[in-house]
Design a protein around this ligand. Structure first.
Ligand SMILES: Nc1nc2c(ncn2[C@@H]2O[C@H](COP(=O)(O)OP(=O)(O)OP(=O)(O)O)[C@@H](O)[C@H]2O)c(=O)[nH]1
Ligand SMILES: [Mg+2]
Length: 432
């Protein structure tokens, strides 16, 4: 379904800003991120245009004069693609393509395109196809030729061309089929996830390219795909996070429960809503986590804005009330160390690491453990004499400190958190 072309397309970027109407005022900085996105998608960016207007041109978004200027440039410089930071409607696409005489994409197209090339598992592929179709559906009034051209994207073809060449009913049918398949996958995931009840669950979340995959690799000695590109990760990878005894450096096998840590898809400003929707099941891991490690690229001049975007996206996922530890990454790239001092006072409890250089990872693990055990309660529970099954189960739900085999009972001293203790009271055969 996804094909790669060899030759790189030469692209021009356009950002339109309207300080009177837009909710988020765009600045020229937006073009840096758009450039990175375009390059990730395989294009070569030749020139960028930024226009701030007090009025909005219903035909082209940008002013007619600007359109002519860009058209001239496109003609003289072998440009095959013009990419807009702003979301475009179908009239914009039609009018702009007529004037510019080349393919026009908006940022959503671009992100969907990158997702399509990076989707590896069948779940990610289904989710991307669903997002593409949801994006396409309201734009169906455009001509098919336009649609297939537009959905050709930069290096890839969109959802199978066959669907595009048919009609809306077929698209609806495909959307339902995809949703059905995804629901089935979600049900499977839920079953697997219920087995994870016996683990603590920690997820790495954050803006794209901040180093989440590098961090999970450093923490768990794994080899999740790392790349200086946007959206390198689309699937959740889960690993066991081993906690080591500081003195002996041996793995503590029964830190109350084992800790699972997951790497997740990165966020970006104006992440298309259809993508957030389609990726809900991938992001379910985030929603079900005990702790979120909000990873931040502190060396990026826009990290403050990126943090805001992440918090907004977490809110959309209803995961903003979870325990969140801010992990400021890439400190090795920081020249201004005073920034760390300032951030420590603004965000108490945050940690500063370099995933790449393996710096300060122990303090991150310590912070996780502290949060996981902060409501630890020490209890004594009694099991019936001979109930070794419950005793062995107890090891999975709590840290067993001491066991005494009495005549009529087994007396166990445990350390666990309140949530697990409540569960234990309900499910175990305790005696008084
Ligand atoms: N200097 C430096 N570079 C880092 C550090 N951590 C990650 N990187 C680099 O940042 C780039 C992105 O790293 P990834 O781990 O792929 O980032 P990610 O957050 O998983 O990105 P996506 O999956 O694309 O959202 C790579 O080139 C890494 O080598 C760090 O601590 N210091
Ligand atoms: Mg990644």
């Amino acid at each position: 379904m996804i094909e790669n072309k060899k030759e790189k397309e030469r692209a021009v970027l356009v950002c339109y800003s309207n300080k009177f109407h837009d909710k988020h005022i765009l600045s020229e900085d937006s073009l840096d991120e758009l450039k990175l996105l375009a390059e990730t998608a395989g294009a070569v960016v030749v020139k960028s245009y930024f226009q701030q207007n007090s009025y909005y041109d219903i035909r082209y978004l940008i002013g007619k004069g600007k359109v002519q200027e860009i058209a001239e440039y496109v003609k003289n410089n072998h440009i095959s693609l013009v990419i807009f930071e702003n979301e475009l409607g179908f009239t914009h696409f039609r009018n702009l393509e007529n004037e510019l005489k080349c393919k026009v994409l908006d940022k959503t197209n671009l992100i969907l395109d990158i997702f399509a090339s990076n989707a590896k598992t069948s779940q990610a592929k289904l989710q991307v196809e669903l997002a593409q179709l949801e994006y396409l559906r309201p734009r169906l009034t455009r001509q098919w030729t336009h649609l297939s051209k537009q959905f050709g994207g930069i290096g890839t073809k969109g959802p199978g061309e066959t669907q595009i060449e048919t009609d809306r009913r077929l698209i609806d049918k495909r959307i339902s089929a995809l949703k059905e398949k995804l629901t089935k996958l979600e049900a499977q995931r839920k079953t697997q996830s219920s087995e994870r009840e016996n683990y603590y669950r920690v997820s790495l979340v954050g803006y794209t390219n901040v180093g989440k995959s590098t961090l999970i690799n450093a923490l768990t000695d794994s080899d999740v795909y790392v790349k200086d590109k946007l959206f390198a990760t689309l699937d959740t990878s889960t690993r066991v996070l081993n906690v080591k005894d500081k003195k002996t450096n041996e793995i503590i096998s029964r830190f109350p429960k084992k800790i699972l840590i997951s790497d997740t898809v990165g966020f970006i400003r104006n992440l298309p809503h259809s993508l957030v929707e389609s990726f809900k099941s991938t992001l379910a891991e985030v929603v079900e986590s005990d702790i979120l490690l909000h990873t931040i690229d502190v060396s990026n001049p826009n990290f403050n804005e990126q943090m805001k975007v992440v918090m907004e996206t977490l809110k959309e996922l209803k995961a903003d009330e979870k325990i969140i530890i801010n992990v400021f990454n890439k400190v090795d790239k920081l020249e201004d160390k005073k920034l760390i001092k300032d951030l420590k006072s603004i965000y108490p409890g945050s940690v500063f690491v370099s995933a790449e250089k393996g710096m300060n990872l122990n303090s991150l693990i310590d912070a996780v453990i502290k949060k996981l055990t902060f409501d630890n309660v020490e209890k004594i529970v009694k099991l019936k004499a001979g109930d070794y099954k419950s005793l062995s189960d107890l090891y999975n739900i709590a840290e067993v400190k001491d066991v005494k085999y009495l005549k009529n009972s087994i007396k166990v001293k445990i350390n666990t958190n309140q949530k697990n203790y409540n569960k234990l009271e309900k499910t175990f055969n305790l005696i008084n």
